[in-house]
Design a protein around this ligand. Structure first.
Ligand code: TRP
Length: 354
């Protein structure tokens, strides 16, 4: 029994401004993972077409996510940073996966149901096939670990189902090539070409909620900019938004239990804890009994300390789009080499003539 070589892959769509929730929930995890793993981080521009075809500022959005990756500390030389459209093998493998995945599986995807809304007939075919492309993003590198938010878990399960069916259906073709390895799926031994990807969901990343309503997720589509802290916000904007954040009139509790039924207090304590890399209990042992008039200034200082350097670096990078494009081209080239190796193997397994 062997194992696939560990490889981390994740993707972020170039739509809308990145905010604190994206940073704490995703990008900061990407940064931490590069210490001990080989990592590929992708700006998934092909995915951005699924809900809306025409984007006035597509190039700027792609560069801005890339700038956030770099400013947060992702090393594009040791790892790979690129935008999806530079590696056509993603779309090619996605086509093959469209023929592996079953319509019944796609019909279960809750994100499609949410995004397509009532008028499903008018949703794009791309939105429907979105999870198949996502599976291809990951599996074209035979990546094993994917840091994502809770909301993407179902898509990763689909990626496993696709990998499993491919492995099973092509079993007799994979064996003679010597490209597969024997893995265990549960108790079951399987000869596999594609790994069973695992989500990396745990860790301190909190669900960052809106600053105006502690029961709603912080979101780039919220009409009120005061509801979120954007990664491009400067010091003044950060402090204004935290000062104006909704709270309740009570002092902070001494224990985590005391946050129940107080969504805004819970959210601000959670944000403090995440930014400080502490638990909520730690934060409350420091601030329990204090009013928000004391807690908010401390949160502002901490948020500025963590976010201001990232903000400054993002602005600096965005002034030199040529540099960002060069990083993406270099990453794209290295990604393409790896992806083409997989595609050649897949072509051989299927029996395409080349
Ligand atoms: N669907 C992911 C999201 O919205 C983005 C994504 C696309 C992705 N391809 C991926 C994430 C591959 C991880 C791996 O967050």
């Amino acid at each position: 029994m062997t194992e696939f070589k560990p490889l981390v892959f994740s993707g972020v769509q170039p739509t809308g401004n990145l905010h604190l929730g994206n940073y704490l929930g995703a990008i900061r995890k990407f940064v931490a993972l590069q210490e001990n793993n080989d990592c590929i981080y992708c700006v998934v521009d092909l995915h951005a077409l699924t809900a809306q075809l025409v984007h006035e500022d597509m190039a700027t959005q792609i560069r801005s996510i890339t700038a956030a990756f770099l400013a947060a500390g992702i090393d594009p030389k040791k790892h790979i940073v690129f935008n999806q459209s530079q590696v056509p093998q993603h779309a090619e493998l996605a086509w093959i996966f469209n023929c592996v995945a079953r319509i019944g599986w796609m019909n279960r995807m809750t994100q499609f149901k949410d995004k397509a809304g009532k008028d499903r007939e008018q949703a794009s075919l791309g939105l429907y096939a979105y999870p198949s492309l996502m599976a291809a993003d990951i599996l074209v590198y035979r990546a094993t670990h994917v840091p994502v938010g809770e909301d993407q878990k179902q898509h990763l399960e689909l990626a496993r189902d696709i990998a499993m069916k491919f492995n099973m259906d092509f079993n007799e073709k994979i064996r003679p090539t010597g490209l597969g390895i024997d893995i265990k799926v549960g108790e079951e031994p399987v000869h596999a070409y594609f790994p069973m990807v695992e989500p990396l969901i745990d860790g301190p990343a909190p669900r960052v909620m809106s600053l105006k309503d502690g029961t709603k997720k912080m979101s780039k589509s919220d009409p009120s900019d005061l509801s979120r802290i954007n990664l491009m916000d400067d010091q003044d904007a950060i402090s204004k938004k935290i000062r104006k954040a909704k709270t309740d009139p009570d002092a902070l509790p001494g224990e985590v239990d005391g946050l129940k039924g107080r969504p805004e207090a819970d959210n601000l304590v959670g944000i403090f804890a995440a930014l400080a890399d502490k638990s909520k209990a730690d934060v409350l042992s420091e601030f329990g009994g204090q009013q928000f008039s004391v807690f908010k200034p401390a949160l502002i200082d901490l948020a500025v300390e963590v976010l201001a350097p990232i903000n400054a670096e993002m602005r600096r990078l965005m002034e030199d789009p040529g540099h960002i494009d060069a990083v993406l081209r270099d990453g794209g080239e290295r990604a393409r080499t790896r992806a083409e190796k997989t595609m050649n193997e897949v072509r051989d397994i299927i029996g395409f003539v080349r």
